[in-house]
Design a protein around this ligand. Structure first.
Ligand code: 3H9
Length: 697
């Protein structure tokens, strides 16, 4: 019967080998066969100990997430793990790659753990809107104490094997660097366990770590409150804490039952569905459906970034952080000097905050070299132009790059709005030109919109995608239009933010509606932070009149935080905006000029106006083929614009609300205010009529 699990006997040790590429997910087949294997090995009189080992690149990376949308199939993972733990013969987990989620829980059900030094382990379920549902919240606190367990479970971040050894999670580390072999080491450990009669260690029966916590629950509660403080709006972290608390207060079996209840409740809820959607959406976004299989991305060892402003500096840092040498080019010597100084200052600030030393700063700074002439692009594999948004200047630069860069170099523009095809036409090699739209601050924000021009070649495209991944970004391929996907939808939202203000919604009410929806900051507080002048200048260039209130503020020199006045007022040195009592009169004046009648605008209407307008623009973007799939739009908004993960992205959210409801409300709003852009896009109208969903597109 075995398809994914085999048993190999070595010197009386049964090595259970699981092989289910790519990540050895614990699918129903896998659970079934592991149950068979453990029972077979235990029943075999010639077997004295058991090793659980995985073939391929990793130990089990968790439950099979795709199964969560189907009815549960036995054996359930907690039962399998209980069975492993109950074994009368010592069971040793041999860990390599990433032992995550249910995979790590299998390891915790084993009696001992041996790991290669490069292994990582952890419980990332919270990132899928879940809690560990196969004993993780009950066993880990018993092994390492509830506070440290809560740290791992609530953050979801994996830890390296060395740290796991320190915490007492792992019993032995195998150094592959000096020729160590994991399977051989695990078998040797198993034999030692038999010969030395090491007591079988069932974590469910350990009480030491939690006994101390039981006598000081206040300390745990305080620690937990700190962990939850930054998880506003998310259900899973709270459940993680409640379940760890059960580990302290309840017998193991009862804690396990409650953990299962939490797990099922979260799994069936919309937050986890949203976060699971994003897990697969992030991976799907990296695929270009018509990319021929034999296209290989070019190697990028050296990057040149043109323009030493905030964006260029951030981009150079993003490469330097990943160990790629970058030349920062600016023809203005003072701008270059300022740019390089800012980079050093940024690294020093990070080092001071995170306790990193001078060496760390110097190492990164040394990867970035300054140059004041475009000639310095000559040996770069990838060139990213990041000068300000001026088509004539960009065309001139790309003409120069055509002459100066080596054949095969990828020529990327970081434009956030301009026509990549027009820029590419300034060169004699448009197939090498691509957009790489980073988001500010570029060393932090993870999204890169990879803009595919009409003539962009597959090699350049695949290199831009691969290098973005290499530097830890989330690349999403988009087509050419004004603002691409993210900013185009942002403009649609800005138009409605402004309309809501003119009709009577105060900046505070609008920001509150969006933070209640789940955004960390409202759109107007963000404008004040980023600088109202940024959008104002961009709108002036294209003659856009969508933001009369913001434009009026900018004309008055009210640029936001940097001038102490914007949509809010900021007292000296404060980043907390206070409402401006005079702003209402200014907005009312603009409304009167435009003939807009003012009224009370309810919060629900603000949310619908802003969010549904984005969905509508997203539908147009899909229709035009600017985004390849609706889930790409969700990834862009989550990773580039802080869309709340628990709402899965604008298109996922629209499916939750229903296309019919979205289209209906948009028609009503369009009617009421005469804004034709609010009329449902043909695709949205079609989904509404057919009962369809964006999720299928
Ligand atoms: C859990 O365990 C719940 C339990 O507590 C309780 C249960 C009762 N399932 O990321 P990659 C696919 S929750 C299904 O590109 P990498 C992935 O979609 C789970 N599929 O590779 C992709 O498919 P495709 C807790 C999965 O090397 C392919 O494998 N575990 C799963 O960059 C390659 O993935 C996690 O949350 C899965 N569990 O990174 C871990 N994992 O080629 C989730 C991956 O069609 N996984 N796939 O696009 C990861 O974090 C990364 O995949 C990993 C490898 C680090 C393992």
């Amino acid at each position: 019967m075995a398809q994914v699990v085999g048993i190999e006997i070595e010197d009386g040790v049964a090595v259970i080998v699981a092989d289910n590429p790519p990540v050895n997910a614990l699918s129903a087949d896998m659970r079934n066969e592991l149950m068979w294997a453990i029972e077979t090995a235990e029943a075999d009189d010639d077997v004295t100990a058991i090793v659980v080992h995985c073939a391929g690149r990793t130990f089990f990376a968790g439950a099979d997430i795709r199964e969560f949308d189907k009815p549960p199939a036995p054996p359930m993972l907690p039962d399998l793990i209980d069975r492993i733990e109950a074994s009368s013969k010592p069971v040793i987990a041999a860990l390599h790659g990433t032992a995550l989620g249910g995979g790590f829980e299998v390891a915790l059900g084993c009696h001992f753990r041996v790991a290669v030094a490069s292994a990582k382990m952890g419980l990332p379920e919270v990132k899928l809107g879940l809690l560990p549902g196969a004993g993780g919240t009950q066993r880990l606190p018993r092994l390492i104490g509830p506070q440290k367990a809560a740290d791992m479970i609530v953050s979801g971040d994996p830890i390296p094997a060395g740290k796991a050894l320190e915490l007492g999670i792992v019993d032995e580390i195998v150094d592959e660097g000096s020729g160590g072999d994991l399977r051989a080491a695990a078998v040797a450990f198993a034999k030692k366990a038999v010969v030395e009669e090491l007591p079988i260690r069932r974590i469910s029966q350990i009480d030491d770590g939690i006994a101390a916590a039981r006598s000081d629950m206040a300390a745990f509660d305080e620690h937990a409150a700190g962990l939850l403080a930054r998880k506003k709006g998310l259900d899973a972290p709270r459940a993680c804490i409640d379940s760890v608390k059960n580990a302290i207060l309840l017998p193991f079996a009862e804690g396990l039952v409650k953990e299962r209840e939490f797990f099922m409740e979260l799994k069936n809820g919309v937050q986890s569905a949203a976060q699971r959607h994003l897990f697969f959406a992030e991976r799907a976004a990296q695929r270009v459906d018509d990319m021929p299989k034999d296209v290989k991305p070019g190697k990028v060892d050296k990057v040149a970034v043109i323009g030493a402003g905030t964006m260029g500096g951030g981009i150079a840092m993003a490469f330097a952080n990943a160990g790629i040498a970058a030349t920062l080019i600016d023809v203005k010597a003072d701008a270059l000097e300022r740019g390089l100084a800012t980079i050093r200052k940024n690294y020093e600030r990070t080092a001071a905050r995170s306790g990193k030393g001078e060496d760390w700063v110097n190492e990164r700074v040394a990867r970035i070299t300054g140059a004041d002439s475009l000639q310095a692009v000559s040996d770069a594999d990838l060139i990213v132009e990041a000068v300000f948004e001026d088509m004539a200047l960009k065309k001139q630069i790309f003409g120069d790059l055509d002459r100066l860069s080596k054949p095969g170099a990828v020529l990327a523009t970081n434009t956030s709005t301009l026509d990549v095809d027009e820029i590419a036409a300034a060169t004699g090699r448009p197939e090498s030109v691509v957009g790489m739209h980073f988001f500010s601050p570029a060393n932090v924000m993870r999204l890169v919109e990879v803009v595919r021009g009409a003539k962009t070649g597959f090699e350049a495209l695949s290199t831009a995608i691969a290098v973005s991944k290499q530097i830890g970004k989330v690349p999403v391929t988009v087509g050419v239009c004004h603002g691409f996907v993210g900013n185009r939808m942002l403009y649609a939202r800005t138009r409605q933010v402004e309309r809501a203000m003119l009709e009577g919604g105060s900046p505070q009410a609008i920001d509150k509606a969006m933070t209640d929806f789940g955004f960390a900051m409202g759109p107007l507080a963000v404008s004040d932070l980023a600088g109202i002048d940024v959008g104002w200048r961009a709108r002036k260039q294209v003659g856009s009149t969508i933001a009369p209130v913001a434009d009026a503020l900018a004309e008055m020199g009210r640029f936001g935080q940097k001038t102490g006045r914007g949509f809010y007022l900021y007292s000296e040195g404060s980043r907390r905006g206070e409402p401006d009592p005079d702003l209402n009169a200014l907005i009312a004046g603009i409304a009167a000029e435009k003939g807009v009648t003012r009224r009370e605008v309810p919060e629900t209407e603000i949310v619908e106006r802003l969010i549904f307008a984005m969905v509508n623009e997203g539908a147009r973007i899909l229709e035009e083929g600017i985004a390849a799939r609706s889930s790409d739009i969700d990834v862009i908004w989550v990773f580039g614009y802080g869309w709340p993960v628990q709402r899965g992205g604008p298109m996922f959210h629209a499916d939750q609300v229903g296309a019919g409801v979205v289209a209906g409300r948009l028609s009503e709003l369009a009617e009421a205010c005469g804004d034709e852009t609010l009329q449902p896009a043909p695709l949205l109208a079609k989904l509404a009529a057919d009962g369809g969903t964006f999720g299928k597109l």
